[in-house]
Design a protein around this ligand. Structure first.
Ligand code: PEP
Ligand code: MG
Length: 581
């Protein structure tokens, strides 16, 4: 039995069989081999290369047939890497000279090649670094016997153990065969963690090298609430976790009576509790949890894992389904937030050194207005079928909002000329997720209809902490007084102009912050479906004045550690059970 601890990404307990999914290449163990094994190992490597070549050729043919010659060219580039004698000779030489296993030799040779390509000035060569990385990953799978299958292809219930899960991997998790997952990298607000909470499966992220400690079909327990993973538990532990799993279900069921009750304090102060979604399928989940609308619809998922861009008609149909399912409740549709950790492959954009600081979200939309307009048309058309509000991501200065709004207005004019119905009074808002936006919130508040505070990014950009890097996860501090001040500034600025403020970052669904945010005056809390009832329970148990006094006290505290300690002490004393499970 092995017990490991990582970052809690989605609460609940999952117990099941492990399925090793895609392993990271630049993370391979150095194993020394006996001299008698050297030629066996070289042979083993060459066979893996041949198997990989066959696999890529098959893929190339399939893509050529089904998608097109242009896209199939990606695989021709991969075949060139595979046929490069240097790669094969260098790996064989390393195995022979250093007596190391093939996986390790492949890792170091491919890392050298890909580093050399990455350092080149010519963009064409820089892109080849990605080809080398991809192809070596495939060889590695063939060497280790780890099969790369898509999550869609799973036929039984498993716990996924992976180095990392891409948005396209997680997009298939709705099918029900993934009962939990553990990844080596990532943080609480990585897209995979967000997705786990949305579909309500337990998950732990940031357990380094777990892919080396688990074998396919090992029994694994994930305690997502505490960030614990147990591999091959003994009988006593297994029984204990079945008991806790049961307790968790009873706790969740015990909240269900709150479903149809309003989110209002004991003295009648009403807020809105809505949900974040990324795909159409999630609407059913959030309705079951009693969401009063959608506070954040992450539309970018529609653009991922495909070779073309979604058409206006396709987007319109998907958005319309979502909007009609939640009507008459509102749906805040956020325009595409691509870039960062959600890469748009269709435009062949160059690889960025710091994608979270790069051509992301509204910046990408303003760079490609034609693509942006297609999305805006689809969203506006949808507004005829329910209550739609539109929101722009990652605004950091006033001109960005004005430009985005003026494109939206020009699209409205087009629709009017074409006699296509839409809501002329649609509310136009923006996310506050950069310190720059929060610091000029008083000015922005005059331009917008509403703000939605995106704490996932606000914390990342304020604290200079990469939100998906598990190495610095402990420094990612929502408790920091700087974050609390930026939130307060944003709320105060909006209220001064008579505008409403929501929060759709993960902080909104964290029960530790509910009383504080209520006291600061937040109007709307938007979170993953699984958090709604817990947060509602807290809101209904308190008085508004109590929340205000509490918020005043918290805002006086000097350090993040003290804020955390005080919140934990006060909230545990008041709501113990809700916070612990
Ligand atoms: C945020 O940044 O808080 C947010 C809700 O947006 P995303 O997590 O999609 O970046
Ligand atoms: Mg964000």
């Amino acid at each position: 039995m092995i017990t490991l601890t990582g970052i809690s990404a989605s609460s609940g307990i999952a117990i099941g069989k492990a399925f090793l999914f895609d392993i990271g290449i630049f993370n391979v163990e150095k194993k020394e081999i006996a001299s008698t094994q050297i030629e066996v190992e070289v042979h083993h490597f060459k066979e893996a290369v041949l198997r990989t070549r066959d696999e890529v050729k098959r893929l190339e043919e399939k893509v050529q047939r089904n998608i097109g010659v242009d896209i199939a060219k990606i695989f021709s580039a991969h075949l060139l890497v595979l046929e490069d004698p240097l790669l094969i000779l260098d790996v064989a030489q390393k195995i022979r000279e250093e007596r190391v296993c093939a996986e390790y030799a492949l890792e170091s040779v491919s890392k050298n090649i890909s580093d050399n390509f990455s350092a080149m000035e010519d963009e064409y060569f820089r892109e080849r670094a990605v080809d080398v990385f991809d192809i070596c990953r495939r060889i590695l799978h063939n060497l280790t016997g780890v099969v790369r299958i898509s999550i869609e292809d799973l036929t039984e219930k498993v716990i996924i153990i992976a180095h990392e899960l891409s948005p396209s991997d997680t997009a298939h998790m709705h099918d029900g065969n993934v009962i939990g997952f553990v990844t080596e990298i990532g943080g609480k607000t990585s897209h995979s963690a967000i997705m786990a909470r949305a579909i309500e499966i337990p998950a732990v992220v940031g357990i380094k090298e777990i892919t080396y400690q688990v074998r396919n079909n090992d029994t694994v327990i994930i305690d997502g609430s505490h960030g614990t993973v147990i591999i091959n538990p003994d009988k006593k532990t297994l029984e204990e976790y079945y008991r806790r799993q049961n307790e968790y279900c009873i706790f969740r069921e015990g909240l269900s009576w709150l479903r149809d009750l309003p989110a209002q304090t004991d003295d009648g102060y009403r807020v809105l509790l809505s949900a974040n979604i990324g795909t159409e399928e999630e609407v059913d989940v959030i309705k079951r949890e009693g969401a009063e609308g959608i506070g954040l619809y992450r539309t970018e998922y529609l653009f991922l894992e495909r070779t073309d861009l979604p058409t206006e008609e396709e987007q319109f149909n998907v958005y319309k389904n979502v909007v009609m399912k939640v009507a008459p409740c509102p749906a805040v549709i956020r325009t595409m937030d691509l870039g960062g950790d959600k890469f748009l492959t269709q435009l062949n954009l160059s690889i960025e050194m710091n994608p979270f600081l790069g051509l992301r979200a509204i910046r990408l939309s303003l760079r490609y207005p034609e693509i942006f307009k297609v999305q805006l048309r689809a969203i506006l058309r949808t507004s005829h079928y329910g209550k739609v509000q539109i929101m722009f991501p990652l605004i950091s200065e006033i001109e960005e909002f004005q430009q985005a709004k003026s494109i939206l207005l020009s699209v409205m004019e087009d629709l009017e000329k074409e006699n296509i119905p839409f809501d002329r009074n649609i509310q136009i808002g923006m996310m506050v997720e950069t310190p720059a936006a929060a610091l000029v919130a008083d000015r922005l508040a005059k331009e917008v209809d509403f703000f939605s505070i995106g704490t996932n990014d606000l914390i990342q950009y304020t604290m200079a902490i990469d939100r998906v890097n598990e190495e610095v996860a402990s420094l990612y501090k929502p408790f920091h007084p700087a974050i609390l001040r930026l939130i307060k500034m944003t709320i105060d600025a909006a209220h001064k102009e008579g505008k409403w403020v929501g929060m759709c970052g993960e902080m909104a669904g964290d029960p530790l912050f509910t009383l504080l945010l209520l006291g600061l005056g937040l109007d709307e809390f938007s979170m993953s479906g699984s958090s709604i009832l817990r947060i509602k329970k807290i809101i209904r148990a308190v008085q508004l004045d109590e929340a205000k006094v509490f918020a005043d006290e918290i805002m006086q505290i000097t350090s993040a550690t003290e804020v955390q300690k005080t919140l934990e002490e006060m909230m545990t004393k008041r709501f113990g059970n809700i916070l612990e499970i």
